[in-house]
Design a protein around this ligand. Structure first.
Ligand code: MIC
Ligand code: SF4
Length: 640
């Protein structure tokens, strides 16, 4: 049988391992990206490795998450990233140039290449046939230093698209349908490869909406072939030289095939508080809406916002609705302003935000108490909007814009307006906000503000593990629960001591105090622990507070890697019912932990309850060695 797209790219980049499902493999990484909220840490780690210049084909540092500059911290971090990038051979995309994934897609994406980024939505570039994965900052730093990236060989699930989307049904509805079918943990260990006759009906930005939000499936990544529609996109971006056709063999093997008939799709919404809580808009009913937010790396392309402008043209939004719009990039914003579409949007009463992540990561626009907010974003996790009592619905740009006019969650098919417009053959290309790295890096002085504190590094693993249960959490805990992010906390992403005071704040405000009082301990969790963001801070803050191990029913991929990289042991209950028997502050012990890790099973004694339970160790030998060393940085130093 022939190769699917994923196998083709992996074969071309394989450094070690075999293409056997779930077995560890290492692959060469062609490009990397970072953004500011994970980037400071990634570049501090790169510096700690003593690397002069990055060894990738191309690495880019974006500033897009924290743009408010409420105090000096933020501007200092931007300066640090700009100077450290220049010194180490990394391109720098200035604040205002746009959201990393949108700008990367426009200006850097390359079919057939590999990319890792310190952001979970890095798979956006899968929209042009790139194997693009989210990773922790340390993994990105290691790849910049020339190291291969380690994953377990994923299963490849083909999503066979047939038919064509109907009027007012969009790419967002496709990925919401996939999320409804697979759930937020259904993608763990898989890559979703899109194929079938329906693919040609989708433009690159539409494909990128789907691969972007594939992150919510817990998938390793998602990918589309590179075809004539991709070529159209590269021509418009004046980058034909970086284009190549890429498709699976006609007899390619897939572990699983699921068909979606685009004709049958309706406008959908993900209801609070999970991206897989999906229902047809027509079935949810006409809920009164307080806020509508359009943007984020999922839905902020020129095409998306042109459709929004067509809907809003000549209309006014409701008096009691706040509509905010953040275009994905300066290219998008400038094109809309030059062709008049921005005028139509502004005249409807919309508020225009910067080309950045903005409200998607809680940087402003928190809804009012009990507020109902419709967002074109990708995550509606509890508390992420900044208002704990708010209810967030994830919808398409069409549903969002029409609902802003009616004031109620509305099926956009009710509005009879034509969304037809001519896509320009050429986009406005101006890379003046992408700063090339210094030619002679000896001339660059890295500027470090006082907010940049050293990051915690773990110690070599102790013989025995002893600790109290510091917190017991449910299934599907996100990194937004573990290490919340909002406008008050984002300025402190390079200050772990400060940040750790807010660890688990949305679920248990006493956690940091309890952890300190008990001299650290262990976390007990349900399934899919650590889903969502790639933020390493969700491992670094617990590390700072003395967390030694997490015993969970199961883990999300990136967070598990971040725990290992920081020397925190992630293990899984062998018998999930044991979870019920453990309580807060139970005294847990495990002896000769090194031997146990190697055996693949740890026996924990619950001293408080007077019983014992077993946890399985799903770690490679190398990962176990990393844990022995007290984290990846120590391991790299010891092995160089
Ligand atoms: C997110 O969407 O949650 C973020 C903010 O982009 C994160 C990165 C971060 O926490 O800085 C992500 O998706 O990885
Ligand atoms: Fe930014 Fe939101 Fe995309 Fe994360 S999901 S990169 S916060 S726009």
């Amino acid at each position: 049988m022939g190769d699917n797209l994923v196998y083709k790219i992996i074969k071309n980049h394989l450094v070690s391992g075999e293409l056997k499902t779930s077995e560890p493999i290492s692959i060469k990484i062609d490009q990397t990206l970072t953004q500011d909220s994970t980037g400071t840490m990634a570049y501090l780690q790169l510096e700690a490795m003593g690397i002069d210049k990055v060894k990738t084909k191309r690495s880019i540092a974006f500033i897009d998450h924290n743009m408010l500059q409420q105090g000096f911290e933020n501007a200092d971090d931007h300066k640090f990233i700009q100077t450290v990038a220049s010194k180490h051979g990394v391109y720098f995309s200035k604040p205002g140039n746009g959201i990393c994934h949108q700008v990367f897609l426009e200006r850097f994406s390359t079919p057939g290449e590999t990319l890792i980024g310190s952001d979970s939505h890095t798979p956006t570039a899968g929209g042009v046939g790139m194997l693009a994965m989210g990773a922790g900052g340390l993994d990105v730093a290691l790849s910049m230093a020339g190291g291969a990236y380690n994953i377990n060989m994923p299963k490849v699930c083909k999503i066979e698209l047939k038919g064509k989307l109907k009027r007012m049904v969009s790419a967002k509805d496709i990925i919401l349908e996939v999320l409804r079918k697979f759930t937020v943990k259904g993608g763990v260990g898989k890559v979703f490869e899109y194929g079938g006759p329906g693919v040609l009906s989708l433009s690159v930005p539409e494909r990128a909406t789907i691969t972007n939000m594939g992150a919510e499936l817990g998938a390793t990544t998602s990918i589309f072939p590179s075809d004539e529609r991709t070529l159209e996109f590269f021509k418009a971006q004046e980058r034909e030289d970086e284009f190549r056709f890429l498709k699976p063999d006609s007899d390619a093997f897939y572990d699983e095939i699921v068909e979606i008939d685009l004709e049958k799709l309706e406008p959908l919404a993900a209801m609070p508080h999970s991206p897989d809580n999906v229902l047809e808009v027509s079935k949810i009913g006409k809920i009164k809406v307080d806020q509508v937010a359009i943007g984020s790396c999922t839905n902020s392309s020129y095409e998306d916002l042109m459709k929004v402008s067509k809907i809003l043209k000549g209309k006014k939004i409701q008096d009691d609705v706040s509509l905010v719009i953040a275009p994905g990039s300066r290219q998008v914003m400038e094109m809309l302003s030059r062709n008049g579409a921005l005028g139509d949007i502004i005249s409807s009463g919309a508020r225009i935000l910067e080309n950045s992540c903005g409200p998607c990561i809680g940087m402003g626009q928190a809804p009012g108490t009990d507020g109902i907010s419709l967002r074109t974003f990708n995550r509606n996790f509890y508390g992420r909007s900044g208002t704990l009592s708010a209810k967030i619905f994830l919808v398409s740009p069409e549903t969002a814009a029409v609902s802003a006019i009616t004031g109620f969650l509305t099926d956009p098919r009710e509005l009879s307006v034509s969304l037809d417009f001519e896509m320009p053959e050429k986009f406005l290309v101006d890379d003046s906000m992408i700063i090339k790295p210094a030619v002679d890096n000896r001339e660059v002085e890295v500027k470090r503000g006082p907010n940049i504190k050293p990051f915690p590094v773990n110690k070599e693993l102790e013989k025995d593990l002893r600790g109290k249960v510091l917190i017991k959490v449910e299934d599907n805990i996100t990194t937004d629960h573990i290490m919340p992010s909002n406008s008050k906390l984002l300025p402190f992403r390079s200050n772990i001591p400060y940040l750790s005071e807010f660890c688990f704040n949305t679920v248990d405000t006493e956690f940091p105090k309890r952890a300190k009082e008990n001299g650290g301990g262990i976390i007990v969790a349900g399934s899919n622990y650590g889903q969502g963001s790639s933020r390493e801070h969700a491992a670094l803050a617990p590390l700072y507070l003395g967390v030694k191990a997490v015993v969970a029913k199961s883990f999300a991929r990136i967070h598990k890697a971040n725990l290992i990289n920081n020397g925190i042991i992630p293990v899984e209950f062998e018998d999930e019912t044991v979870y019920e028997s453990i309580d807060l502050l139970d005294d847990i012990r495990a002896y000769d932990i090194k031997d146990e890790l190697e055996k693949g099973e740890i026996t924990f004694k619950n001293i408080t309850k007077g019983n014992e339970f077993k946890a399985k160790v799903d770690l490679t030998l190398k990962e176990i060695e990393v844990i022995y060393a007290g984290g990846r940085l120590n391991y790299v130093k010891e092995n160089n």
